[in-house]
Design a protein around this ligand. Structure first.
Ligand code: PMP
Length: 352
């Protein structure tokens, strides 16, 4: 292994067998049965001996239509993780710096390091909001070629206000030779999105995924919307035929079920608000969330103890309590109403 990678830790989430699995921010609902049928029907007609459409034309057109942009402003890959990896292969790498504001999604820094880049980790305020003075400090000290924001942020759930995105964007523009990446893996669950700011003349991309809202974590499909020159660059970097034929069909068909997806988002958002209200009445600190998960901090018991107590009741959530800056913090994914009830009951038992 490369010397610079030896000390890196992998990215893991234990997948133990439990009744209620609320640890990886997936959708609790399977895709609509009509999607399954349409997918099976198209699969039966695939010419398996041929390579897939290298440009994923129909899929890109569908995504572009969804966001009111042109297909040449869309880049799709195997999960938004691969979107970010391709982007960092193109714009990070040895001798360059990538800025993150911690705590945030661990893969931003992790993938950046895999490309050989240096990661400049900025701090957030104690309540996990973005500190714009800190952003200015990090950017002028390290002149990053890529700056990450994540809205709603994982694992905190906080939505970045539009004014913050605009301020960071103007700092990126002032610096020049620099790009702002807004990771909106949970964008549909929030009341605001940066997608509307995307423009060919603006050095900003917004990434999204089919893994959450679209109930397709099993398919591994994500994309970004950004300037067409950037999409051209990424097309040169990504492996040929990286999106297999089945995935292109799966994604394209999913886009024809927008209303079903919007209904699911509404259910999850309503459940999030119900859970958040119930948890606020417990002896824990609950962070405001615009995502399909909620971060909370235990007050009376150790985070690890609460996590284990839930696991003993067959409820699995994410233990973030050992992560830097997240002492005592646990993250629960919003599940079905029945799963959420089980979680609430178990949590109040453990905290009692
Ligand atoms: N970004 C964020 C903020 C995430 O939380 C996740 C999923 N954990 C991803 C990107 C990656 O999602 P996927 O690769 O499934 O599209």
């Amino acid at each position: 292994m490369r010397d610079d990678l030896r000390a890196l830790e992998g990215y893991h989430s234990p997948q133990v067998h439990v009744r209620v699995r609320l640890n990886t921010n997936e959708s609790p609902f399977p895709p609509p049965p009509a999607w399954r049928d349409a997918f099976a029907a198209e699969l039966s007609r695939v010419e398996w001996h041929r390579y897939p459409d290298r440009a994923a034309t129909a899929l890109r057109e569908g995504i572009a239509e969804q966001h009111g942009v042109r297909p040449d402003q869309v880049f799709a890959a195997n999960g938004s993780n691969e979107v970010l990896q391709t982007l960092l292969l193109a714009y990070a790498g040895p001798g360059r710096t990538v800025a993150t504001f911690e705590p945030t999604y661990q893969l931003h820094g992790h993938i950046a390091r895999l490309t050989g880049a240096t990661v400049a980790e900025g701090e957030r305020a104690d309540d996990f909001t973005l500190d714009l003075d800190e952003v200015r400090r990090v950017m002028s000290a390290s002149r990053p070629t890529v700056t990450f924001l994540c809205s709603p942020n994982n694992p905190t759930g906080l939505v970045e206000p539009e004014s913050n995105i605009r301020t960071v964007l103007s700092l990126v523009q002032e610096q020049g030779e620099s790009l702002l990446v807004v990771d909106e893996a949970y964008g549909q669950f929030a009341d605001w999105s940066a997608m509307g700011l995307v423009h060919d003349d603006i050095p900003m991309v917004v990434s999204r995924t089919f893994s959450k809202t679209w109930s397709m974590a099993g398919s591994r499909l994500g994309y970004l919307v950004g300037p067409s020159w950037l999409v051209d660059d990424l097309d040169k970097v990504v492996l040929p035929y990286h999106l297999d034929v089945a995935k292109q069909i799966a994604g394209r068909l999913a886009l024809t079920f927008v209303h079903e997806m919007e209904d699911r988002v509404k259910v999850i958002v309503a459940e999030r608000e119900r859970l958040s209200a119930a948890m606020t009445a417990m002896p824990i600190d609950v962070f405001p969330s615009g995502a399909n998960f909620i971060l909370f901090r235990t007050r009376t018991l150790a985070g690890k103890h609460v996590w284990q107590g839930l696991l003993d009741r067959s409820v699995l959530i994410r233990d973030c309590s050992g992560w830097p800056r997240l002492e005592g913090c646990l993250r629960v994914t919003i599940g079905t109403p029945a799963e959420n009830d089980e979680f609430l009951t178990s949590l109040s038992e453990v905290l009692a």
